[in-house]
Ligand binder design. Structure first.
Ligand code: NAP
Length: 254
């Protein structure tokens, strides 16, 4: 059933760490050729690509700040050129960029959060279209968040709203691109123990999150991987588009 992965050409943004790195390693192990995208974490990204190659797979790294359209366009085109085409784009790069309440939300914070979490997703997807059309179809998976549905925790209003945008445009893109044989879906992680929370969440915040999770613990990046593999595998999910899979230990049951 997973034979289809041999030689599949994949670009994963934000694959240097956390969820993106875990997905990259698994898809690499399945036989995909992986463009491991990073921005500031060069050494970790190289380690991800090396781990894939050491396991018998094929991977290389590509750098870009996906907040900027020109860099994102170049990232997708360069990755597709080196991969010899593109079959799957995973728009995973993102960040809260700090907890900011309404009193402190200024233009700069608004632009930074929206550019990283929203502009990147739209522009990378747009840049992928000609490559997918050339291949006769394609697959896009966005990383949204539980915050898109629950509004996010303290100071996460801009980030949560940006992810709400990602969830909504997932559904519209699915409708618009179905005729091009391109599926578009998203994964919505809950509270996952990655560097993201090292940066943004206090112990008190994480304890409160834990208490609200029926499974009683945070998730791991590896536990998010199955949802991406399912959505990325045509033989498993070929009739699934415009959907959002929640991976959250029961923290939210929409
Ligand atoms: P992470 O470990 O902090 O990884 C974030 C990734 O995004 C890194 O690879 C980082 O690349 C990349 N990135 C950040 N800013 C970038 C920029 N300006 N340009 C390009 N790449 C950039 O966090 P994670 O938890 O794995 O997060 C992955 C995705 O899941 C994000 O979209 C996040 O919003 C979402 N999410 C996370 C959680 C959670 O609980 N952890 C929950 C819901 C959704 P460099 O390190 O190379 O700069």
């Amino acid at each position: 059933m997973l034979d289809e992965w041999n030689g599949k050409r994949v670009l994963i943004t934000g694959a240097s760490r956390g969820i993106g790195a875990a997905v990259a390693k698994q898809l690499g192990a399945l036989g995909a050729h992986i463009a491991v995208h990073y921005h500031s974490s060069e050494a970790p990204a190289e380690a991800v690509a090396k781990a894939i190659r050491d396991a018998g797979g094929d991977a290389f790294t590509v750098k870009a700040d996906v907040s900027h359209t020109s860099e994102t366009q170049k990232l997708v085109d360069d990755a597709a050129e080196r991969l010899g085409g593109l079959d799957l784009l995973i728009n995973n790069a993102g960040d809260m960029l700090g907890r900011v309440g309404l009193d402190e939300m200024d233009d700069d914070q608004y632009d930074r959060v929206m550019d990283l979490n929203v502009r990147s997703v739209i522009m990378a997807s747009r840049a992928a279209l000609p490559h997918f059309r050339h291949a006769g179809g394609g697959n896009i998976i966005h990383t949204t968040s539980i915050a898109a549905r629950n509004g996010g925790g303290g100071g996460a209003g801009l980030y949560a709203s940006a992810k709400g945008f990602v969830s909504t445009i997932t559904r519209n893109m699915a409708k618009e691109l179905a005729g091009d044989n391109i599926r578009v879906n998203a994964v919505a992680p809950g509270t996952i123990a990655t560097d993201f929370h090292e940066r943004h969440s206090s112990d008190a915040h994480l304890n409160a999150a834990r208490a609200s999770i029926p499974m009683g613990r945070l998730g791991t990046a590896e536990e998010c991987v199955g949802a991406y593999v399912f959505l990325a595998t045509d033989t498993l999910s070929g009739y699934v588009t415009g959907q959002i899979i929640e991976v959250n230990g029961g923290q939210l049951m929409p």
